[in-house]
Design a protein. Structure first.
Length: 557
């Protein structure tokens, strides 16, 4: 194989693939349908929105984002350091803010789920049992738990108040609508959060001395709009390495002959020829491109794309509230899950983490950004779900749900001399511009895919049956195993490793005791038996009973 590559899709996965190939001497061209690269992670500023930065959704980086952190450490930010060293915030404190109580944060080294979610002792025991079962299963989790809705599974073991708060964290943390996220994904996500390696080290800065980021640590945010502090430096570095980036061009189809891709054809009719073709678009676009060539649509991993997107796109809408006065928060860096919100809102203030020199917008002193993660539940004002709202109705619903949250209001009053956040003058409320609202329903300019209870079996690998075609994207099979920044970076590295075996992919960390437990349960699952922990639960009292009977029989003799 020669060393020219055409990468279709300029999101994180496509850029990561190009990054790895360019470092190894490949001549790479990226073709991106949007006018700028970055995919769902990019940001923008619009004059009509007072030059406020806007984005598709909030983007956190967890302690298990090993491939992402490793990549960020390879991208120069400026002459003084890399994106990893200059563009990552310190950990953010996450709290639960209910409508009828005080915002609760977890300040313990080991996550105090009992306090955070208001669990009783019975709740904690039953929650722990179900959660550890997901951690100690491999095949059972991927094949059985992946089809079970996590919210319904936990509903069977938690009291109603605890269940409602626990369920509310699925959207902001796991990144999926709680109405369709699987038990497999939720269990896997929280295992990675609590049990992660390696530890990531950070130098001291204006916020304090050197610090480490590891298991049970908070999530990190970027210290500025994503395009400005990540993608702009990344694009500059890629171009220095000879990568060509073309925007505003869309892949139409592949020409497939003699078991290989002969060429690609853009929507404008332009042919593209390369030694390697990387399909790194979102899975909906990828499925459409592959479907136009029936021979490809029936081929191995590529045949999984159609069922992978069968349930349609995910609706997750971000918004920003710009205030004319600075609003203090009682914690230095904090984010809130609005626990009783019908739209599963999460909220934080950008100025808490951004570099001081980065503007919030014209006349903006505080900028709150939030995301609505659930699209199918009726709102409290109009009785209609997010996906059927007009933009005006959506904004009114968001403001009503925030205004009803005593936890949010009490926290802001605490830090502002008793003053409610609603007393601060609002400059503008903005919604990510790519959402199109209409009476027929909301739709995005580019559809977003997330893991659900129907997708696990259809995740394709990066290597396909076509030797010069590879896949990349957070929808492909990875160690991360959840639609995320980490999965996108890892998939790009895996795609490059198909042709460059030396590309490093940092594997998932699983402690030795969980690896043993998973092997045992794999055997149980293959034999059609209950989970190994359930068998153990029955085996212990049975062994005790047998011992007591044996002792009694011995005394009788």
């Amino acid at each position: 194989m020669g060393k020219t590559a055409a990468v279709f899709g300029g999101g994180i996965a496509g850029l990561a693939t190009a990054h790895e190939l360019a470092r190894r001497g490949w001549a790479v061209t990226i073709y991106e349908a949007n006018d700028e690269v970055g995919g769902f992670f990019r940001s923008t500023r619009a004059a009509g929105d007072r030059n406020m930065p806007s984005e598709y959704s909030w983007h956190g980086l967890g302690p298990w984002y090993h491939n992402a952190f490793d990549l960020l450490g390879q991208i120069p930010y400026d002459e003084t350091g890399t994106v990893y060293h200059k563009a990552l915030s310190r950990p953010v404190d996450f709290g639960m803010a209910p409508d009828g109580g005080k915002a609760v944060f977890d300040d313990t080294r080991f996550v105090n789920v009992r306090n955070l979610f208001g669990m009783t002792t019975r709740d904690l025991v039953r929650w722990s049992w179900l959660t550890v079962k997901t951690w100690t299963a491999r095949r059972r989790s991927e094949e059985e738990y992946a089809r079970i809705n996590a919210a319904e599974a936990y509903r069977q073991v938690l009291s109603e108040p605890s269940w409602l708060l626990w369920r509310a964290c699925f959207g902001p943390w796991v990144g999926s609508d709680w109405t369709n996220v699987s038990l497999h994904q939720v269990g896997l996500f929280f295992r990675k959060q609590l049990l992660s390696a390696p530890i990531w080290h950070h130098a001291g800065d204006g916020d304090g001395p050197a610090w480490t980021h590891g298991p049970r640590s908070g999530w990190l945010l970027l210290r500025g709009p994503s395009s400005e502090v990540w993608f702009d430096p990344w694009v500059a570095d890629l171009r220095r390495r000879g990568v060509t980036i073309r925007t505003g061009v869309t892949l139409q189809r592949f020409a497939f002959a003699k078991g290989r891709i002969a060429e690609a054809r853009l929507a404008n009719g332009e042919p593209v020829q390369a030694d390697l073709y990387v399909l790194a678009t979102n899975p909906f676009a990828a499925a459409e491109v592959v479907a136009r060539t029936p021979a490809l649509a029936r081929s191995g991993e590529l045949s999984k794309l159609a069922p992978l997107v069968r349930d349609g796109p995910h609706t997750q809408v971000s918004f920003r509230i710009a205030f004319a006065e600075r609003i203090a928060w009682p914690r230095k860096r904090a984010a809130l899950v609005i626990g009783d919100s019908e739209y599963n809102l999460t909220l934080f203030a950008e100025e808490q983490v951004w570099r001081p020199e980065i503007p919030l917008g014209d006349g903006v002193a505080s900028l709150w950004t939030g995301t609505a993660c659930v699209s199918k539940r009726p709102g409290r004002l109009f009785g209609i779900p997010l996906e059927r709202c007009t933009q005006e109705q959506f904004v009114e619903e968001v403001m009503a749900q925030l205004a009803s949250c005593a936890g949010l209001d009490g926290m802001i009053r605490e830090a502002n001399g008793g003053r409610s956040w609603r007393s601060f003058p609002i400059v503008r409320i903005e919604v990510w511009h790519e959402w199109v609202f209409s009476p027929e329903g909301i739709r995005p300019r580019q559809p977003k895919w997330v893991n659900s209870t129907t997708t696990q079996r259809w995740l394709p690998s990066q290597r396909t049956a076509v030797p010069n075609l590879v896949l990349a994207g957070a929808h492909t099979r990875t160690f991360a195993d959840v639609w995320s920044i980490e999965a996108a970076v890892e998939s790009g590295r895996r795609a490059a490793r198909v042709v460059e075996p030396g590309v490093r992919v940092i594997p998932e960390y699983v402690p030795w005791y969980l690896r043993i437990a998973r092997r045992i349960d794999d055997v149980c699952y293959a034999l059609g038996l209950p989970h190994a922990l359930d068998l153990l639960l029955f085996a212990i009292p049975a062994a005790i009973l047998a011992l007591l009977l044996a002792l009694r029989f011995r005394r009788r003799r």
